[in-house]
Write a protein that binds this ligand. Structure first.
Ligand code: NAP
Length: 290
């Protein structure tokens, strides 16, 4: 039995589909009893919370392997430690954790630092483990960037000229499925990227083509993005996390750490990673204007 924590996330839901296709027995942990998106047939659903150790202990009974993903939260490190401790106590054979590219316990960017601390804790927890470190999700473009495009065609970021090898979450899930189910991956830590690095000026070019109207990226200072995000009702922690991550990309340069392109997806799956152009064609067929 494989326990998937974070099974309703983008990576987690794609992972569950992949595991079911492989014929693996899956138990999915989520906080809510009811969801508009049910898990696939045959998936055992348990209610639990990374902040509730008893619920984690109950969810791990009869489990051999765990996939661990926690959405961004100020409690990320404590929540991950709870799951790792519970896995160690239950003698779990393998825990695969979803982290972030460049994870580093010393990073000035909150998300990158918290993931670095979690990865460090996992390495010393005394159980079999593997880590997937995805770059920024290309799903952020249709989900967040496209809705932020103004009538004028402008959208704004504080990434400057940084190039980012954005990755499709379905490819991250495919790599995680290989680490979880195929032999020889214990202790492996993989950086998962898309096929090419591009900046937000390039994203604007891709969006113009996909949407059939001119779209332009405007590079703005951190403060401008901070107040725009605060206006969307995101809490202070989340706003600082997002602004800080984009600042980190910008400060690491045009070809900084987020621009690296790895062969993880093709090595794990035997096929090329998905591209942003392909994703935009799925969500915006035939360059339809919006
Ligand atoms: N967005 C990016 O570009 C990007 C890039 C690289 C890495 N990451 C990392 O990827 C991860 C997923 O991010 P996301 O924004 O895509 O997440 P998401 O899709 O919003 O999903 C968050 C998941 O975390 C689970 N979760 C949150 N708090 C929980 C708790 N207390 N107990 C149990 N489950 C809990 C949620 O479960 P429920 O079903 O109970 O809600 C949900 O399945 C994060 O660690 C993030 O740092 C993100």
């Amino acid at each position: 039995m494989i326990l998937v924590i974070g099974g309703r996330s983008k990576i987690g839901s794609a992972l569950i589909e992949n595991l079911v296709e492989r014929g693996e027995p899956v138990r999915a942990l989520s906080r809510a009893h009811e969801s508009p998106r049910p898990f696939p047939a045959g998936v055992e659903s348990v209610v639990g919370d990374l902040g509730d150790v008893e619920s984690l202990n109950a969810a791990m009974v009869g489990v051999k392997k765990v996939f661990l993903l926690c959405g961004p939260t100020p409690d990320e490190v404590a929540f991950n430690k709870n799951a790792i401790d519970a896995a160690a106590a239950h003698g779990i054979e393998l825990l695969v954790r979803s982290s972030i590219l460049g994870a580093d316990g010393e990073s000035p960017a909150t998300f990158v630092r918290d993931h670095g601390m979690c990865d460090e804790y996992l390495r010393s927890a005394g159980l079999g483990f593997a880590i997937v470190r995805p770059n920024m999700f290309m799903q952020n473009i249709p989900e967040n960037t496209m809705p932020s495009i103004e009538e004028s065609g402008n959208f704004y970021t504080n990434t400057g000229n940084a190039r980012i090898s954005m990755v499709d979450t379905r490819d991250v899930a495919a790599a995680a499925a290989v680490l979880l189910t195929e032999p020889g991956h214990h202790g492996e830590e993989v950086d998962v990227t898309g096929p090419e690095a591009f900046g937000y000026d390039d994203v604007a070019v891709k969006l113009s083509a996909a949407m059939g109207r001119p779209v332009a990226h405007v590079a703005v200072p951190d403060d401008a993005v901070r107040s725009a995000l605060a206006g969307f009702g995101l809490g202070d922690w989340m706003v600082e996390g997002l602004v800080g991550l984009f600042r980190d990309y910008r400060q690491s340069g045009t070809d900084g750490y987020a621009a690296q392109v790895t062969d993880t997806v093709s090595r794990c799956t035997g096929r090329d990673p998905r591209s942003l152009d392909g994703l935009l064609a799925e969500v915006q067929p035939a360059g339809a204007s919006r």
